[in-house]
Design a protein around this ligand. Sequence first.
Ligand code: ZN
Length: 382
Amino acid sequence: MRFNDIIGQEEVKAKLLNAYKEGRVAHTQLFLGPEGSGTLPLAIAFAQYLNCKNKQEDDSCGHCSSCIKYEKFSHPDLHFIFPSNKPEKTTENPSSELFSKQWIEYLQKAKGYGVQNDWYSFLNIGNKQGSIYARDANNLIKTLSLKSFEATYKVAVIWMAERMDAAPANKLLKTFEEPPQDTLIFLVAERYEMLLPTVRSRAQLVKVPKIKDEVLRNALQQQPGIDQSQLDELVANANGNWSRAIMLSSQLEDDHSNFERFREWLLLCYKYDYPALFTFVQKLATIGREKQKSFLQYGLQVVHNSIQINANNGNLVTGKPDEKTFFNNFAKYINQSNQYDFYEALNEAVYHIERNAHPAILFGDLSLTLAVLLNRGRKAIS
Ligand SMILES: [Zn+2]
């Protein structure tokens, strides 16, 4: 990562660069800041800068042999320790070493902006919390005692350092105090009070504040697919957290594409347009299970909204203007004759999607069911 890839935090970047220019880079540092503020990307970008072979005034070059590996988070002299736990159906003891491949994949996906709970769901460890273990500390000590492969500095990044309890921390205290030659330790944490005092006292603090609203807004504006009319709401709800802003905006995007897709589908069902339905279903079959599930759940919400509208509770229904128009039109075809079956059909489809049903067959069948139900609803009112 380059500093330029990080949202805002110009003051922190300047402080880090100054420390380098003045030759006073502390060997153990604690990047402390709230979720989504950019602590982990800042630590990685700083490590990349220090190892860059063609440093620019205020950023790494991004092209040298060191930067290329750093950009993929997979430099042989960049070591990560992070919380982990046992995924279901495995017997091996969890450790950062065991999950190093998944971790790099996760960092690439999150563009460096790691979020604890996202990481746990990426690891598929259910509702379990992760920990940093004594074996992680042992592995790190061993790794750092070896000569570096090629870099100027070996760097160890310990992410969510507050997930490290006394056993691993005690093993690492000496390393924090006096790392091997040309070795830097970057601790990254969100909660100062949860860090052991012995760890806190051995690291130089780099405080990272939450991202300023105007900075967040500018960065969001440049994201592809952002709905400009929803920027205010996004910025207010993100509360200076970039990861949250991205999550919320992709939710909005999903909602909108679900709406457009669902409206198209129902129209085709209503018209019994089989050739077009066939094409539609083939396309729907390729979007992936998670999106199919979210699409069906959106459909359930539409049925629910129609029932509300028909019960004169339309004021409880939220959505953008064109979406509300659609709910109102659709509500005309939902009545006692079909509302229960509609709901059941969609609900059952969610159940089968979760259990790996063949999506093209499932959506094909469901299209026919919905066509029948829509026309039953129409007959009931005519
Ligand atoms: Zn470089």
